[in-house]
Design a binder for this molecule. Sequence first.
Ligand code: A5A
Ligand code: ZN
Length: 496
Amino acid sequence: MNTQHKTETKTVLQKENNFSEWYSEILKRAEILDVRYPVKGVYVWYPYGYKLRNLTYAFLRSLMDKDHEETLFPMLIPKEELMKEREHIKGFEEEVFWVTKGGSTELDVPLALRPTSETAIYPVFKVWIRSHRDLPIRIYQIVNTFRYETRHTRPLIRLREITSFKEAHTAHASRAEAEEQIKKAVALYKNFFDVLAVPYVTTKRPGWDKFPGAEYSIAFDTLMPDGRTMQIATIHLLGETFARTFDIKYEDKDGSLKYVNQTCYGISERCVAAVISIHGDEHGLMLPPAVAPIQVVIVPIVYSSEGEKKETDVGKICSEVFAKLKEAGIRAFFDDSAERPGAKYYRWEMKGVPLRIEIGPRDIRNNRCVFVRRDDFSKLQVPISNVVPEAKRALNEIHTCIAKRAKETFFAHVSEGEGEMETRSSTAQGIVSIFLCEREKCGQEVVARLGAGVTVLGEPIEGDKAEGGETSVKSAEGNCIICSRKGRRVYVARAY
Ligand code: A5A
Ligand code: ZN
């Protein structure tokens, strides 16, 4: 059966050499996203892709629900509210889609499709928050948002309609509490990406490139197979900026009126793009068990080598194994369709099913089945009576292996750049750290010298490298690579 597998498995494309093409092929063949919708930057989720999306977001929800409440705000934002916060609108005004008509009637108040929801939510915070007893507020919503992106749009990565925008908004009595929330949000997102086996670095974004209206922004960046980084989450300390603009005050214990201190943080379907891109290979997707729509597929081997269907107990045993797996809470699928096993292998490998169980007449005679792991195609004979614990164990091992592999690859592409030339060649493959002062001019100069697409990700936040198994703790301060003034270590990379 191994030979049958080999002949029917067509390889897709080499991911490393032509990532862009690989990515498009995978979205289509694994039925994640249909890109044929006739609006630029707007796409259709196939049912299978949407299942993957929903499992990913169900997990995110479960993390959020521990100390946030889910809510839902309107998508339409009156122009006046959207324009209120000066810094915020400066950052977003070129990206806003406007609704200006109802039928043929010009609207009195133009309405924006939310590009993000600060200006929808904070006027409501103003009426919700009266006293210190109303604080803290921690809410989130998972919604579609709209951004008129002018840079090259890409499925799941740079969208004009972001379909799966998880945004959290919190309000606190003090700055110390808001900063505490930032730390919790970082920990929560780390937990999320660790379960997806998506590696990352966390950085404090440069002051001149933070979220519009924030005091500072923290970003999670991962690395795509073509050596470009992708920002997969951001966390912002808003301080009192929006509270002052929207007049969000509370009465403190001593009777005085104070502005609230705020944070917000967000994740989009880029998290799904990262899972697909990082773990996939020339056979298709390789989904982390935690979010795989099908974790285990059972394939009966009911044909003889001459292609004749044999009368055996295979179907019955497969059904029993399937029932046991389901009962144990494993997302299993019994593929008893009429196709040949090789065609089934091909399909489920493409769809990234982490574990395949093959059961044929010879296996049944020996009371066993065969496990085939999607991550390394290794095979294991397992007694039928042990199928459930062994499947659980295999799924755990698959998670550990793909997480380790992804992390090793990632940190092999995080390096230090000393001279300009070295830095330039290194950014072709990944993330480089250099010293830079905090002036925007020097940031722009670095970008100009290192070439198109290079971005200053920001100052690394302690810990990521240590977790990645790196040894030395590198100094955070040094001379700016451009002007030689005092600078700090920052990561630069070509970014999506
Ligand atoms: N209100 C805050 C949370 C906010 O809007 N932050 S943000 O602008 O940085 O967006 C949050 C995250 O959404 C980003 O880190 C990025 O991962 C993702 N994102 C932003 N624009 C996107 C786009 N056009 N398509 C897909 N994802 C996008
Ligand atoms: Zn400088």
